[in-house]
Design a binder for this molecule. Sequence first.
Ligand code: ARG
Length: 467
Amino acid sequence: MTSVKKASNQMWGGRFASGPDAVMEAINASISFDKRLYAQDIRGSLAHAAMLAQTDIITAEDRDKITHGLNTILSEIEAGTFEFSAQLEDIHMNVEARLAELIGPAAGRLHTARSRNDQVALDFRLWVKETLLDLDAALTRLIEVFLDQAQRHAATVMPGFTHLQTAQPVTFGHHMMAYVEMFGRDRSRMRDAVQRLDECPLGAAALAGTGFPIDRHQTAEALGFREPTRNSIDTVSDRDFALEFLSAAAVCGTHLSRLAEEIVIWSTPQFGFARLSDSFSTGSSIMPQKRNPDAAELIRAKTGRINGAMIALLTVMKGLPLAYSKDMQEDKEAVFDAADAIGLMVAAMTGMIANMTVSKPAMRKAAGAGFSTATDLADWLVREAGLPFREAHHITGRAVALAEERGVRLERLSPDDFKAINPAITEAVYSVLSVANSAKSRTSFGGTAPAEVRRQVRFWRKRLKSG
Ligand code: ARG
């Protein structure tokens, strides 16, 4: 690799005779990815400049120049006319250098009582906070489409599985509501993370605070934080907010991935439970009969990126002495990539679930297979014949064996068959052997009965309404 000496850096050039080697510049520069923080960086600088003037650290005149310059830069970046330079390393120095071009020496006053260490901590926190709030809103929309499906299918019977073996009949609405609970927890994890990160890093400076009479409460308030952070060393070395975002995203990704897997299974011709809309299916270039659930598969796969990002950042942080180390610059790409992935995953899942149709006949048929109402028979024997559950379980086992031998469902056994198995079984037993009645009977709180599903839907609609 060739080495090229560059002109000395304009931000710290005072101490350096020559600029960095090209390879040094390549490993050091973060502008290619941290330019994503431009809006947060400028917002932070505007608040900082306002506070510096308020506390008489800079003049109102310089503040006005700085403010005007920063707003110009914001529009340049948004218009796509701003020239980012790798030589200027990161977003902070790119903005500051342009500010100097625009307003001259007053630009040099902006960095008073501040360091890039508290500056980057601020920018990144603001970015993560906004991302968490966006995710909260996106998850709310996702929950709403589940509630619509649950309401529509409160009484649609499907097989419930354990070990992916038919276990007991459940309602599809109940199954949808399981995801409402999961994504509801994800939503509360996002909110919880926002509560904890809601402290403003600005003013921690390099690591020790500053001797200038700054007002950290003012900047915290101006930037929408609850309060300033309380320890300047912790402030510049803390990336818990990024780790919490990644772990909340990883859990949420896991939920999305499990559902994606179910959608893949449900949309096979073998199951035939669900059909994705044309807008969320893809065809095959060679097999015209196929409708592939690509979005579900990609949701399942993208979970890996998020998990990877979380492990990457945990590993970056785990051996770092206090306070800031340049290692921490590696925090951003992981978070950006995970944020892009989880945002897209939630949006795609929302689209898929909103327009997914389910086949009631296929679900009902499968619900009755595999002697799924065997537990209902055992429960009936306990309830109606007063048998201990273990004995009822044994008797039911014999009924299942007989039905299996004949290749029929439980409810196809005759009254005499049942009598022969146990004389306590009367014709009244048939009422519990149908899948619909089985589901309807499970009225315990949080159970699968349609009435209970509808109640839980009402609960969640109210919860969403209250914010
Ligand atoms: N680009 C740097 C980062 O993302 C900004 C902070 C640099 N601080 C320093 N002391 N070199 O972490």
